[in-house]
Ligand binder design. Structure first.
Ligand code: HEC
Length: 147
């Protein structure tokens, strides 16, 4: 009886996180994408007045986003790995295009960081840079992510 309830707990906790192993490629890239979303929402939030604008924190988070933007791609194996993925098959069928949009995102985060190297920062320039990052996320999602 004890054994069975133990198993049930395991099954339930797997179900709670969608059954995705955090150490699998899917688990790893998903965690990075979520972190990218958190950081980019903080950057946008500071510029749009949702959270307090703090220049030092903005600079830090811009660097963090630039670092994160380079990380998900290595966790897409060369053949489709997992049926639980919300990546479209096109990720594997059109790898060149996918990589092109990944590089495009990295370009936007690098430009964002470049705009933060000389305080005092110009918030309207930052707003353009953050918008470009968000557009890069969206254009890849439109082509490659199934919702
Ligand atoms: C080059 C393509 C590409 C770019 C650029 C991109 N994404 Fe994604 N994103 C994907 C794909 C593909 C998935 C689905 C991954 C999977 O389930 O295997 C995804 C999934 C996600 C998820 C869902 C993770 C989950 O919980 O399953 C979030 C959140 C996300 N992306 C945020 C972002 C943000 C924020 C940016 C920009 C800063 C961004 N993405 C840029 C391709 C991209």
């Amino acid at each position: 009886m004890l054994k069975r309830s133990g198993l049930l707990v395991i099954i339930m906790s797997l179900a709670a996180c969608g059954g995705v192993d955090p150490n699998s490629p899917l688990g790893k890239r998903t965690a990075i994408f979520k972190e990218m979303l958190n950081v980019s929402e903080d950057l946008g939030g500071m510029l749009r007045g949702r959270i307090k604008y703090d220049e030092a924190l903005f600079i830090e988070k811009a660097v963090e986003l630039d670092t994160l933007a380079k990380q998900p791609w290595q966790h897409f194996p060369s053949v489709k790995d997992d049926d639980k993925t919300s990546a479209r098959d096109d990720v594997w069928q059109q790898q060149e295009r996918f990589q092109e949009l990944a590089r495009a995102l990295e370009g936007t985060t690098a430009r964002l960081v470049a705009s933060t190297t000389q305080p005092p920062l110009n918030e309207s320039v930052l707003a353009l840079r953050v918008q470009a990052v968000e557009d890069a996320c969206e254009s890849c999602h439109k082509e490659f992510r199934a919702y």
